[in-house]
Design a protein around this ligand. Structure first.
Ligand code: SAM
Ligand code: SF4
Length: 373
């Protein structure tokens, strides 16, 4: 049986998609949900397309891409971000995909957003392929910071995980982003059992030496192949254990402030005593979405590449914003739709983190690349 935690069952349909029920009148503004959370952090997907085929995300043959017509145009993106920032309390924007770098007008989109919002933090998550050629232009257009996904420093392992032999290109991209001033560069790594988990201390050492902030992300059941199992995933506890073969992790005094990653200060481990040795080398983050979920503090609102509102990565319902916009809706109607959609945000994603079964959890139809991770 599937339990959709607190997700209202009522809804209607218009044009291209689901319509959320209206939220009650008289509530405060912003993107408030029924559990008192205000979404201020917007993740916007620029495309569903990608040039890698990471095993935890896409099938080997790729997915059926959206038509160009279905995807938000640059103007529509600027309008939607503007509604979020000017009317709904959005305070930071992360561009994602699919792979944002495959969008030909990426630099123009960032430039247009920056011109309109000089102070808005705008970051981007990318697989880094082609970033070496675009990093300078992205910085000049006004991108604030970048996250690059990097699961392995070994060519073979990288190629096995991404199904493409592009490690060198990604490494060149990371370096170019750093040189262009898109730092602090954050690196995202997903560990897969039997493939790259033993690489984790080496990956951390490599990142620390270069001043990059590495974050390990627990593998989530958002792969198009539906191959995820609770038993096979590498948990946050295991990640901490793997890293402790070479490092001592201590609490980071900075407030977490709704961030998905729990940050730790990293020091060398003295092999003889097992104690921390020397100065703090930097920090590492662990995003434990499955085993240590942070749903109660979630501040995210998501817009897919075809302009659907998703209140959670694991939502099984998505509400149409772009269809309404294209039908000529005014700003008032659009903000109302967004507020209604967020009001319906589930309390939590419902993955059982205590046992092996995740019995009540139903994997969403969309894979990570199609949502915009
Ligand atoms: N293509 C870009 C990239 O890979 O960075 C941006 C989109 S990708 C969907 C965003 C992030 O989601 C990446 O860091 C990727 O590693 C992560 N991701 C994808 N599938 C995942 C899964 N099943 N579990 C955990 N993280 C996942
Ligand atoms: Fe593409 Fe990113 Fe998914 Fe990998 S994780 S297949 S790079 S969208």
């Amino acid at each position: 049986m599937s339990v959709q935690l607190g997700v209202p069952q009522w809804r209607g349909v218009d044009g291209g998609g689901l319509v959320p029920p209206p939220r009650p009148a008289g509530l405060p503004g912003g993107l408030l949900d029924r559990f008192g959370r205000q979404a201020t952090d917007m993740r916007l997907s620029l495309t569903d397309k990608c040039n890698l085929r990471c095993t935890y995300c896409m099938p080997a043959e790729g997915l059926e891409w959206l038509s160009k017509q279905a995807v938000m145009t640059a103007e529509e993106i600027v309008r939607i971000v503007s509604l979020g920032v000017e009317r709904l309390g959005v305070r930071e924007l992360r561009l994602t995909g699919g792979e944002p770098l495959v969008r030909g007008d990426l630099v123009d989109i960032i430039g247009a957003l920056r011109q309109k919002f000089p102070e808005l933090p705008i970051s981007m998550t990318t697989n880094g392929v082609g970033l070496d050629k675009k990093a300078q232009a992205l910085k000049q257009a006004g991108l604030t910071r970048i996250n690059v996904s990097l699961d392995s420093l070994h060519e073979e392992t990288f190629a096995k995980l991404t199904r493409r032999p592009f490690l060198d290109r990604v490494l060149a991209g990371v370096e170019a982003a750093h040189d262009a001033g898109l730092g602090p560069v954050k690196l995202n790594a997903v560990l897969m059992r039997g493939i790259n988990e033993t690489e984790s201390p080496g990956l951390l050492a490599w990142a620390l030496e270069r001043g990059y902030e590495l974050r390990f992300i627990e593998q989530m059941p958002l792969d198009a192949d539906h191959g995820w199992t609770r038993r096979d995933m590498i948990t946050a506890a295991e990640i901490r254990d793997l890293l402790s073969s070479e490092f001592v992790l201590g609490p980071d005094p900075r407030a977490r402030d709704g961030a998905p990653a729990e940050r730790f200060q990293v020091r060398h481990r003295d092999p003889a005593s097992g104690e921390a040795q020397g100065p703090v080398l930097g920090t590492v983050g662990i995003i434990a979405s499955v085993t240590e979920p942070f749903c109660a503090d979630c501040r995210r609102t998501r817009i897919t590449a075809e302009g659907k509102i998703m209140s959670c990565l694991f939502s099984r319902e998505e509400f149409d914003l772009l269809g309404l916009l294209r039908a000529g809706a005014d700003d008032e109607q659009l903000t109302q739709r967004w507020q209604d959609a967020m009001w319906a945000k589930p309390k939590a994603h419902g993955m059982d983190h205590t046992g092996l079964g995740a019995a009540d959890f139903v994997q969403p139809d969309r894979s990570m690349s199609a949502i915009g991770g």
